[in-house]
Write a protein that binds this ligand. Structure first.
Ligand SMILES: [Zn+2]
Length: 375
């Protein structure tokens, strides 16, 4: 059998279907663990060592798969997450189905498809008796979609040991891979006012909701698209009844920045927000959750290498930057990192999430060729 016989999009899709049909919302650890068991089982008989790390803080287990060769020197770290944003039962609304060249399902694009093609590339490497020049470590995490609170330390630790990091997040905009990601900050705003009967004693009240209006305008005013800075007040709550001056209000805020310098500036500005109304307090908590990353020198040559391999396989690899954060943000500051190596498709986090079936074989082959050639 030649290498290319191992890469058939339909066969790969059958494997992805099995992973997709086990729903894995981040907040349902027993479901994530069910999939972890299936994935672990699929390594049976292969020359690997499995390490399953028990979940904590309401998250599922992480699985680390290490090749039995090449582990004495810095090797290749593959980062995938098995959790999805979709709640339990979402598969009723978005069942696995195929329409022409498109396959649908919860998490099929972000990122069970990508996790699976890297797994498939590794299996193929083993089945053909190949031993890559570098050792391969594939980390499947359980909590990426909530910011990786329980896997971040593990990702950073493995990332520091590695020479290259390959992230199987979805490809962007027609197959592009990702060499730059914005940093992400998350904040909560708590506003405390003074309640009163809004009809009979309005002069006694200090409205937290009114102050929330000031806070929203201040935050939204920080947006600077030309500079790549976005600030989104994505959640607001406040008040109890129409006839009560609201005592409390609340907001959740997402910040995206291109550089660490901007991160420092805007995190500082957001944390420094104060009330403009006497008798009302504004308290902001939060931080930069994922640092931004730009194409570093090592990352640039890794990208050029991948581009040449894609050319040999028969597709053009183009790189892009995205505002979306990933676990690649954690490793890019110190190890050459290439992201967006997952499947092509669209609709991440939506009810029309889908992958393009013909992208499966060439992109699995690219991962296989990276394994074979990185040294
Ligand atoms: Zn993802």
């Amino acid at each position: 059998m030649t290498d290319s016989n191992w890469f058939d999009s339909q066969t790969i899709l059958d494997g992805i279907r099995r992973w997709v049909e086990i729903e894995t919302p981040t907040e349902a650890p027993e479901q994530v663990n069910k999939l972890v068991s299936v994935v672990a089982e699929q390594y049976r008989g292969l020359p690997v060592t499995l390490e399953r790390i028990a979940g904590v803080d309401g998250c599922g287990d992480h699985l680390v798969v290490r090749s039995n060769w090449g582990q004495e020197q810095p090797g290749i770290l593959v980062l995938s997450h098995l959790d999805t944003v979709h709640p339990m039962g979402f598969i009723e609304r978005l069942p696995f189905r195929i329409e022409g060249d498109v396959a649908f399902g919860p998490g099929i694009y972000d990122m069970k498809g990508g996790a699976y093609i890297a797994h498939h590339a590794f299996r193929t490497l083993c089945a053909t008796g190949d031993r890559s020049p570098l050792g391969i470590t594939h980390l499947f995490s359980s909590d990426e979609e909530i910011g990786s609170p329980t896997s971040r330390a593990l990702i950073e630790q493995e990332g520091r040991k590695a020479k290259y990091v390959l992230v199987t997040e979805p490809a962007r905009d027609g197959g592009k891979i990702v060499t730059g990601r914005k940093g992400v900050g998350r904040f909560r705003v708590f506003i405390k006012g003074v309640p009163a009967h809004a009809g009979s004693r309005p002069e006694d009240g200090r409205s937290a909701v009114r102050e929330l209006g000031n806070v929203i305008l201040a935050l939204e005013g920080m947006n600077d698209l030309a500079r790549g800075v976005t600030v989104n007040v994505g959640v607001v709550r406040g008040g109890t009844r129409p006839n009560v001056t609201p005592e409390e209000a609340y907001a959740e805020v997402d910040l995206r920045v291109v550089s660490l310098k901007d991160a420092d500036e805007f995190v500082g500005k957001i944390l420094a927000l104060r009330s403009k109304t006497e008798g009302v307090t504004v308290t902001v908590t939060g931080e930069l959750n994922r640092p931004p990353y730009e194409k570093s020198n090592a990352g640039a040559s890794l990208y050029e290498h991948a581009k040449a391999l894609a050319g040999e396989i028969g597709f053009e690899l183009v790189d892009t930057h995205t505002g979306g954060g990933s676990d690649g943000n954690f490793t890019a500051p110190f190890t050459a990192t290439l992201d967006g190596l997952g499947v092509d498709g669209k609709g991440a986090h939506t009810h029309y999430e889908q992958l393009y079936v013909p992208s499966l074989a060439p992109r699995a082959r690219l991962l296989h060729r990276l394994f074979q050639t990185l040294r």
